[in-house]
Design a protein around this ligand. Structure first.
Ligand code: ATP
Length: 454
């Protein structure tokens, strides 16, 4: 994880929040490459959910919701973690994340000092809205995006003429006052979620639950994630949330071990039932195709962290390898002198890579830079393009490898003669000469056909 954290900082993926003041725990800033990567992960998920599914509509609900929402959802009562403090070293732990002997013996796992009793700690950030700071003005920062979907479910049925089964997808910020925020951006107090709630007829919920589990696994395969690093974890009876009838996590093998990446939950009719009870509004669905049958839909939820997915994608893409000798020859190839060097490479899927193509003139002189600028201008309309003319070509390739750029285009003296360029592939480091006129089409084809091999 240290290597990934330092690469992320060095190359501008992720910075510590408010670093000049010593940093803010639980919060991170996404730099130029990080914000592009995050946007692309979000766009890929959004496309998968809304564009490729006719029966899923999008939503962007407010972060601030009526406080009754959180009473209805059960968060005020149940959204707690068990907390213990060490009286000696002042460390704070989640009681369920340290060895249970330490809890029994009240012994700090770090300094052996005395631990406090376990107490419940609500993870919601509480603040006040309006000028008066009294109990009537209390408002919460949402701890999940899901509730914004439930309270809008009738609006969406009416405005979009949705019929069950259908889904609502949303991407947005969520906030949790996490007790322990280690492992870089894995668990933070401010983060983003990508959630989809699928409304189904009771009795069909188990079948839809299985279907969404299948689809979510297939999605990660499609994104080129190494499936050896993915597994299912089914929640046991003691792990199930208060709303869940059944729940599976997709876990990823992060550097610190297997951890939850996404949850697929059968939430039963708990949520809509509770909102009906707390709001006094009818949340039942009227099935006009079936004698106006009325029922409270069951909900199948797929809930993934966007920022946690970004960490997963960084870990999964990260690779180090020794450059083979003489893999290529020619003016723009990795030269013999670099053979044996270690290269760090991020093997992002080209659809996720922050930079899709880097344009590199071999020399600044003799009109090569101008020619490269023309190509850059041309490609910019359709691709995220970087331009780099500084330093040895091998070193420029290394910089692009570290940024995860799947394609480099090199303009050399031959380009001036025959209007071709070298297209260099990040993963294999192989090169191919391509006519400039066909470059954009070639890149489109390569992106579409991309399959991760390494
Ligand atoms: P955990 O048990 O790890 O606290 P959870 O089971 O409470 O997580 P959910 O409420 O199911 O998590 O949230 C859905 C997804 O949101 C998680 O799978 C994760 O990807 C993401 N997520 C949850 N909490 C955080 C956090 N503090 N920081 C970053 N991502 C988070």
């Amino acid at each position: 994880m240290d290597k990934i954290t330092s690469l992320a900082k060095r190359r501008g993926f992720v910075f510590q929040s408010s670093e000049i003041y010593g940093g803010q725990n639980g919060a991170w800033d996404y730099g130029p490459l990080g914000v592009e990567l995050k946007n692309r992960i979000a766009a890929a998920w959004w496309k998968e959910m809304t564009q490729l599914n006719d029966d899923i509509a999008g939503l962007d609900a407010a972060i601030l919701m009526h406080p009754r929402t959180w009473e209805a959802s059960g968060h005020v009562e149940n959204f707690t973690d068990p907390l213990v403090d060490c009286k000696k070293c002042k460390s704070r732990f989640r009681a369920d994340q340290i060895p249970q002997e330490n809890i029994k013996e009240k012994k700090c796992p770090e300094c052996s000092g005395e631990l406090t009793d376990t107490r419940k700690f609500n993870l919601m950030f509480k603040t006040n809205i309006g000028p008066a700071e009294d109990s009537a003005s209390i408002i919460y920062l949402r701890p999940e995006t899901a509730q914004g979907i439930y309270v809008n479910y009738k609006n969406i049925i009416q405005s979009n003429r949705m019929k069950i089964p259908f889904g609502i997808a949303q991407i947005g910020k969520a906030f949790r006052n996490e007790i322990v925020t280690k492992n870089f951006i894995f668990r933070t107090c401010e983060f983003e979620q990508m959630e989809m709630q699928f409304f189904v007829k009771p009795g069909t919920d188990e079948q839809w639950f299985d279907e969404w589990r299948r689809r979510r696994w297939a999605y990660y395969e499609k994104m080129g994630v190494k499936t050896d690093n993915l597994r299912w974890h089914r929640h046991g009876p003691d792990e199930l949330a208060h709303y869940a009838k059944d729940a599976y996590d997709i876990e990823y093998l992060f550097p610190m071990g297997w951890r939850e990446l996404e949850g697929v939950h059968n939430r039963s009719d708990y949520d809509l039932g509770r909102h009906a009870q707390y709001s006094g509004k009818d949340m039942q669905y009227i099935d006009q195709d079936n004698n106006n049958d009325r029922y409270t839909p069951f909900i199948i939820e797929t809930s993934a962290g966007l920022t946690r997915t970004l960490l997963m994608i960084l870990c999964d893409a990260y690779d180090e390898e020794t450059v083979a000798s003489g893999a290529n020859s020619g003016s723009s190839s990795e030269t013999q002198s670099e053979a044996g060097e270690l290269r760090t490479v991020l093997r992002f899927h080209p659809r996720l890579a922050p930079i899709t193509v880097a344009v590199l003139p071999l020399m600044k002189k003799d009109g090569l830079a101008e020619m490269a600028q023309d190509i850059r201008r041309e490609l910019k309309e359709d691709f995220a393009v970087d331009f780099d003319q500084a330093g040895a070509i091998g070193r420029r390739y290394r910089r692009q490898d570290e940024a995860g750029t799947p394609f480099c285009v090199t303009i050399d003296y031959q380009s001036k003669e025959d209007k071709t360029v070298t297209l260099r592939f990040r993963d294999s480091m192989e090169q191919e000469r391509v006519p400039i006129a066909k470059l954009a089409t070639k890149l489109q084809q390569e992106i579409k056909a991309y399959r991760r091999k390494l």
